[in-house]
Design a protein around this ligand. Structure first.
Ligand code: MN
Length: 128
């Protein structure tokens, strides 16, 4: 494993998903910061924190949901440049549009393999 020097903020409330996505990202050389709800996600990008290079955002999370977290990050000039990849199990018509309307830059529908998630992260960071 070669360190990429890149950090991913993984926002996901499902412990199993969090573990497999995080494991695959770490295995692929990424540093991973985990958040299991909206408040933790917002705390992870607070002004006293180094910003991640990319955010994987489960939209269905407790508390402040992923759509609202995304809207807040995209409304703030400091956090706006960080690409956000929506992760959603909904995969219904209009779901991708809702994610993009909230400000998500990319969209992945679950179920998705951890390998595919890493591929997408690499592509978005211009590493593939
Ligand atoms: Mn969820």
């Amino acid at each position: 494993m070669t360190p990429t020097g890149k950090t991913v903020l993984l926002v996901e409330d499902n412990p199993h998903n969090r573990k497999i996505f995080s494991g695959m990202l770490v295995h692929s050389g990424f540093a991973v910061v985990e958040a299991e709800d909206g408040n933790q996600a917002l705390a992870a990008v607070a002004p006293d924190k180094a910003l991640p290079d990319v955010i994987l955002m489960d939209l269905s999370i407790p508390g402040v949901d992923g759509w609202e977290v995304t809207r807040r990050l995209k409304a703030d000039a400091r956090t706006r440049p960080v690409p956000i990849i929506a992760l959603t199990a909904h995969a219904m018509r209009g779901d991708e549009e809702r994610a993009r309307a909230a400000g998500c830059d990319h969209y992945l529908a679950k179920p998705i393999s951890p390998k595919k998630v890493v591929e997408e992260v690499r592509k978005i960071l211009g590493m593939s």
